[in-house]
Design a protein around this ligand. Sequence first.
Ligand code: P6P
Length: 339
Amino acid sequence: HAADAHRTDLMTITRYVLNEQSKYPESRGDFTILLNHIVLGCKFLCSAVNKAGLAKLIGLAGETNVQGEEQKKLDVLSNEVFIKALVSSGRTCILVSEEDEEATFVEPSKRGRYCVVFDPLDGSSNIDCGVSIGTIFGIYMVKDSHEPTLDDVLQPGKHMLAAGYCMYGSSCTLVLSTGEGVHGFTLDPSLGEFILTHPDIKIPKKGKIYSVNEGNAKNWDGPTAKYVEKCKFPKDGSSSKSLRYIGSMVADVHRTLLYGGIFLYPADKKSPNGKLRVLYEVFPMSFLMEQAGGQAFTGKQRALDLVPTKIHERSPIFLGSYDDVEEIKALYAAEGKKE
Ligand code: P6P
């Protein structure tokens, strides 16, 4: 039976990436080696996050554990793990992490051709209450491998070669796109392998869920306020949308990708560029949404067309089902005409 074949045809993320590589005979396998090191980082974090409650890895840095060792906050630990995994891959030359003010330029002897931007543990403020958190990453090719500079990472999201996230929740799910659609893999802890469980994810064209922090409503601009009003009090007699907001981007985006709907982190009077970071939150999630048939908009333009000028730059973001994002684009366009 097809189902049985699916069950026994154990497609692991390692095999998937190798299959992708085989499409490019001239490839030296660098990209495969890089992805495998990212997967290794995710496996380590999955186990560290799951043990956090027991090993007292949660809580503030500076505490000591039963062995009297200096406690590392989980996001500090995860950053160190990813930096070490990426540098030791020998395939990276610039790393941008949410945890580090400055970019990391890999020493020449270990340098490769890829730049990786990542948030090692996004949503980490939710760790202590057990809400799903995750790692988000995006991969660029350097523009000039002779002397890498920040220009090699300040590229528009549409130049990304791959993007993905790993969600540490009831199960550990890694969602990845290398530009050939979006594929979801679930970690089988007994095998220590990510198994393909969600081949070729496509987001529903329209959804019944909107996801935004309503607590910021008083600071929203006109189009966002109008759109959310429409979700709650539709004028065309359709049923109102449900509100689902977890407050952890990986979890909110994963639900949006699988169930459809729209995720919004708009600009507001307090934060004119919104809260989410362009390089390692907005771009990777926008890349995945477009690859899954959805779209991502900043309020002014297609999110992936944005050209960042600073590595920790923020942008408003509206992403999810194609038709839902179209609606908010129309409201911003109408606003633009008035100005
Ligand atoms: P707010 C978590 O702190 C985070 O960076 C994202 O994971 C999440 O989407 C957002 O901030 C939540 O922000 O302002 O609604 O608490």
